[in-house]
Design a protein around this ligand. Structure first.
Ligand code: HEC
Length: 123
């Protein structure tokens, strides 16, 4: 099957994160390093699990799609269902953190999934 490459218009978001968003992201980073780094590595650059810093997405390039995967996991692939393991506030913070590192392209595991040129990374 032919892969459809979606070319979306790149619009860099100019506004910085608010202070409370920064606090959430920092909290998410802390929990990410504790819970996710085992498979995705410390900076999210990928190991046994995909690189979460590139612009390639297996399950879709939106925060909503990513959030769904983190909450529900992918049982067949060994990605845990985090909503059953961690308190909601921790899962929410981790999602904010992972979304913030998307597109930062930390050198690591080779890209998987489909490349997207992000329209706008909503915050
Ligand atoms: C036991 C290993 C393991 C742990 C721990 C783990 N993951 Fe995963 N994760 C995976 C695997 C394997 C995949 C790839 C699934 C696939 O290829 O279908 C994945 C996929 C993902 C994806 C989808 C990537 C994409 O391109 O769409 C996201 C997002 C993700 N993980 C986030 C997290 C977060 C956040 C945590 C910590 C709360 C976490 N993972 C912890 C194994 C893990």
């Amino acid at each position: 099957m032919m892969k459809i490459l979606l070319l979306l218009i790149t619009l860099t978001s100019l506004s910085a994160y608010s202070e409370s968003q920064n606090m959430t992201i920092m909290k998410g980073k802390w929990h990410f390093e504790k819970r996710c780094a085992f498979c995705h590595e410390k900076k999210g650059q990928g190991g046994v699990a995909p690189n979460l810093t590139d612009n390639h997405y297996i399950y879709g390039p939106t925060k909503a799609a990513m959030s769904h995967i983190v909450r529900n996991g992918i049982k067949a692939k060994g990605m845990p269902e985090w909503q059953k393991i961690l308190p909601k506030d921790q899962v929410d913070a981790i999602i904010e953190y992972v979304w913030s590192i998307r597109g930062t392209n930390v050198k690591g595991k080779a890209p998987e999934g489909v490349k997207f040129y992000l329209i706008k990374k909503e915050k």
